[in-house]
Design a protein around this ligand. Structure first.
Ligand code: SAH
Length: 221
């Protein structure tokens, strides 16, 4: 498995998708096989999405890398993820924000709307050693994180497709913060990078993508 993981990361680096040492280290450290259902373990290091319970999917490794790079997640950051799913992407964020073997730093808060997926992710994080560095909350993340008023996240990643960028998430993004979010139709979206600077919100396209639908108040249903 470790050999396969290394091969995949080498390829992603060669393709120019993995750009920074922290994203490379995270992909090399987090065992993706622990986040996929047992019947898909053999495919854990193939670069495509895989099914997880409740008709949802774990994103392809290249998409996780693109999002971490686009959000420029760094050590010590406070990160909000909307859409925990398997917990894999949250573990990657935790490895960047608070590297294994070092003092726990930063925050990774991940929100999942489907309760049994939150349990699935919790179990995966426990097995892979990221339990202490990721906080999972069952909530409708489209409406923002249930946190004290005024708290802002340095980085926000949304891992489900939204019809438009939910305003509560823009509100919870730090000045100088970055959010990455797939926006578009249910079947095809553009991954956007949204930056706040001096009270202004600037949006840049990153790449085309296909994510499962965001639910909840600012989702499709
Ligand atoms: N990041 C995940 C993949 C996410 S798939 C991973 O690494 O495996 C998208 C997830 O978003 C699904 O689990 C889905 O249930 C969840 N989701 C959809 N709408 C949501 C909402 N409004 N709030 C929180 N989670 C949501």
């Amino acid at each position: 498995m470790e050999w396969k993981r290394q091969k995949l990361v080498e390829l992603l680096e060669l393709e120019g998708i993995v750009k920074t040492p922290q994203v490379k280290r995270a992909l090399l450290s987090v065992p993706r096989e622990e986040f996929v259902p047992v019947e898909y373990r053999d495919e854990a290091y193939e670069d495509h999405p895989l099914p997880i319970p409740e008709g949802q999917t774990i994103s392809a490794p290249h998409m996780c890398a693109i999002m971490c790079e686009a959000a420029a997640i760094e050590k010590g950051d406070s990160v909000l993820e909307v859409g925990t799913g398997s917990g894999y992407h949250a573990a990657l964020c935790a490895e960047i924000v608070s590297p294994t073997g070092e003092k726990i730093e930063g925050i990774v808060l991940t929100l999942e709307i489907i309760k049994c997926l939150a349990s699935f992710a919790l179990e995966n994080l426990r097995r892979s050693g990221y339990y202490d560095r990721v906080n999972i909350v069952v909530a409708d993340g489209s409406a923002g994180a249930p946190i004290r008023q005024g708290f802002r996240f340095k980085k926000i990643i949304v891992t489900a497709a939204a019809p438009a960028t939910p305003s509560p998430l823009i509100e919870q993004l730090d000045e100088e913060g970055v959010m990455v979010i797939p926006v578009g139709s249910r079947w095809h979206q553009l991954l956007l990078s949204i930056k706040k600077k001096g009270g202004e919100v600037r949006t840049k396209p990153v790449t085309y993508c296909v994510f499962v639908a965001l639910r909840g108040r600012y989702g499709y249903e």
